[in-house]
Every structure is written in C-alpha cells, then in structure tokens.
Design a protein around this ligand. Structure first.
Ligand SMILES: [Ca+2]
Length: 420
C-alpha cells in the first residue's frame, strides 16, 4: 500500500475460510485451523483503534504493546465502511469514541477538524492519546471509486441507492464483490430431483441423491425393498421408534444380513441428532472395522466395544448377524457360529438417544460420531429386523435417504452363483 493514497480493502469470512483483497488486486485466502466455524464476538465493533482500558487483545492478534503498555493503532482516514452489505454510519452510529477528527482531501494535505463534540464524548478520563484517529470524508463519493469489485467485474452504482454499488461479475465468478469462483455445481446445477451437489474442484462434482433417485446426476428412478445398497457415500434414516430404549432391562435385538468387500464402514447408528456434537454422547453402532465386525455402545460411563477378531466379514459373502443388548451387556452372533459377549464399563445402564436410526452412514459422520466412524458402508444390507419388526421394508419406512440404491446386480449374481 502507498502512503497518502486511498486504498480499498475488501475482507470476508465464510466459516473457517477468509479472504483479503487490496485495490481490486488478486485476493489472498486462508483458513483457520481446527473444526470450529462460528465466530462469537462479545465486544462493540471498533474502527481505527479500540478502547485499551476495556479490552485486551489476544497475543495472537500480533499487535504488540510498547514500553508504556500502549498498542499502536490506525493513523489515517477512513472514508467508508461497509459490513455484509450495510453501510456503517460513522457519525450517527457511534456509541463510544476517542481522538476522532474530520479529514478533508485537499491538495494532498489532510485538514483535521475536531469532531469530538459531534460524535460523542472524546475519552478525556485520563487524557491519553490512544492513537485512535478516525477521519471522516466530508465529500460524497461515487461508490465505484473505491473499486470494490474483484476479478474483472464491472461496478455500477446500485439502482435503488446511489451510495451503494453493484458488481456485475465476469463469467465464472459470483458473490457481492465477485470474490467467489463458480464451481461446476453453481454453473451447471447437475444434480436433479432434489439432489445436493458437492464439488471439490472446478471440473468435478458428486451428487448426493434423495430417496428414490440414483445415477450420476440423480436422474434415474431407483426403488428397493427389504434390501438396500450403498457405496460409502450414503445413508438411510429410520424412525427412532423402532428402538426406543425405554428401560435398562429390556432385551434389545437387531438381526441383519449384509455383504461387503470394504474393510471399513458404518452399517448401523443410533445416537443423537445431526446437529449434536457426538463427543461424550450415548450411541449404539454396528460397523466393519479393519475387516472385522464391531458392535459398540456408550451408555454414558464408557464405551463397550465387542469385536469378532477371529473372522473377517469383508469377503463379499452374505453374513447373518444377531446383536443383543440388555443394559450394559451385549453380544454378537455371526453366521450361527461365532459368538462374542461384552459389557460396558461404569454404572450407567440407560441408552439415551434423541436422534433417528441411520443405516449405511450418517449425514455428518465425523461430527456425529466424534471421529469414531468416518467411513460409510459399501455393500448390501440384504435385510434387517429391529426388535419384533420382522424384515423392514426400507424403502417404505425410510424417513430420508442419500445415495441409497438397490443392491447391485453384481452382488445378486454373486449370491446366485454361490447358491448353485
Ligand atoms: Ca445414558
């Protein structure tokens, strides 16, 4: 940036991702670490500086105190500030200020009139100069003079408010400042019938198809019944009423037949709602972990993890499994032969679940399982019975589904072949 010249700064944030652009130059972007996406702010919005008596900056902000304990803040003129499309009124919105004056552009010399009496009390409590100098432009400016539009966009004053601007984006860009790149999902909207489009590069995309639709673009009708197939990117949601966990001494049972060639994948999950962080929450899960079947549950005082370590189930063959749980005690029985029992630790015996039952995966697997099961199931659930439901018609009972399809012909052929 050049001293003494106007500069336009555009900065934005969306979740963990942020960008910054100066004078319409190519923006730089960055991302905060970790998984937190929300920004929780508890102070007023300060411009030019801040009340150093009331607020201490975190050391990570990078502004260091001098030997007197003061932090150097902005020295210059601010003509216009807009936040999320709203013009901030720098004169009438002020609730607190210190050492603020007017600046007038005049033959390169900045003329400075004290505005303190107009916009609130100058901080005279201890007469310290904080260096918080905000200068307000006294001239009407064309909103496009500030060159707010990025990536080759064309700027025009807004139709209904001449002090606002509108960016007309070049092809391939969008956003108020044309700061975002169009993905193929934006430009082509390829996923039909209510499908959700996910794109991680400008040219490739992946559709999450709703119940009843499949194919690359969710353009094919699909229907299934007591069996359902997944390819690691889907799930099917069933009502929690199938397994209400009403009492700690009810015997619960799940009978399932499945086949897979993947060594990891979540088959069954009953826990909390998708909006709830799964950390420390109750759940009941069935998954293939490193080729072995695992029955796991958490009642609040530590997880039970019952795994059949002797037999691999990722062999593509059809397996029949029976799961039982009564309070802390659980068991797996595989193909009428292998049986393993287990127990959860601690003294809690009630399974508390506010969410629905999910087969094949979860809407937010990492978040809902606190990182325990990240991969969805690839393969076929040939049938499932929960308590005394009998084989459930999964298509009719589904509350929702994503990328759930009939078990593929290959899998059915394989079964037929084995049967012969
Ligand atoms: Ca519990």
């Amino acid at each position: 940036m050049k001293a003494g010249e106007w500069a336009t700064v555009v900065a934005g944030r969306d979740g963990r991702e942020g960008f910054l652009s100066v004078d319409g130059e190519e923006m730089v972007s960055g991302k905060s670490p970790g998984i937190t996406r929300g920004l929780n702010l508890k102070t007023l919005l300060y411009v030019g500086g801040y009340n150093q008596q009331k607020i201490k900056l975190a050391p990570t902000v990078g502004l260091l105190e001098d030997s007197k304990g003061n932090v150097a803040t902005f020295d210059g003129c601010i003509a216009m500030i807009e936040a999320s499309g709203l013009d901030l009124d720098l004169v009438h919105s002020v609730v607190d200020s210190a050492n603020v004056g007017e600046c007038v552009e005049d033959s390169g010399v900045t003329d400075y009139h004290d505005l303190g009496s107009r916009i609130g009390d100058v901080d005279e409590v201890n007469g310290i100069d904080h260096g918080n100098d905000i200068f307000l432009s006294s001239k009407e400016r064309n909103p496009c003079d500030a060159q707010p539009c990025l990536n080759g966009a064309f700027c025009l004053p807004a139709v209904h408010n001449a002090s606002d601007f509108e960016c007309h984006c070049a092809v391939g860009f969008r956003g108020r400042y044309c700061e975002s790149t169009d993905t193929i999902c934006d430009s082509h909207r390829p996923c039909q019938n209510g499908g959700t489009c996910i794109s991680s590069s400008p040219s490739s995309y992946h559709c999450l198809c709703s119940l009843g639709y499949g194919g690359k673009n969710c353009d094919q009708r699909v229907e299934f019944g007591e069996s359902v197939g997944f390819q690691g990117d889907g799930y099917l949601e069933l009502s929690t009423t199938l397994l209400p966990h009403k009492s700690s001494n009810d015997l619960e049972s799940i009978i399932m037949e499945f086949s897979t060639t993947s060594s990891n994948g979540l088959i069954f999950w009953h826990g909390q709602t998708p909006e709830t962080d799964g950390r420390g929450q109750d759940f009941l899960a069935v998954a293939v972990v490193n080729g072995h079947l695992e029955f796991s549950y958490e009642l609040g005082s530590g997880p039970a993890s019952i795994r059949l370590d002797q037999t691999r189930v990722d062999d593509g063959k059809r397996h029949r499994v029976v799961f039982h749980r009564e309070g802390k005690d659980g068991s797996i029985e595989l193909d009428g032969a292998d049986i393993k029992i287990g127990k959860s630790p601690g003294f809690l015996t009630m399974l508390n679940t506010l969410g629905n039952i999910y087969l094949g995966g979860l809407p937010k697997a990492d978040y809902m399982t606190a990182g325990k099961y990240r991969e969805g199931f690839s393969g076929c659930i040939h049938s499932i019975e929960i308590q005394d439901s009998g084989p459930i018609n999964l298509y009719e009972k589904a509350l929702s589904a994503v990328n759930a399809h009939p078990c593929s012909n290959d899998e059915l052929d394989e079964e037929l072949h084995r049967a012969l």
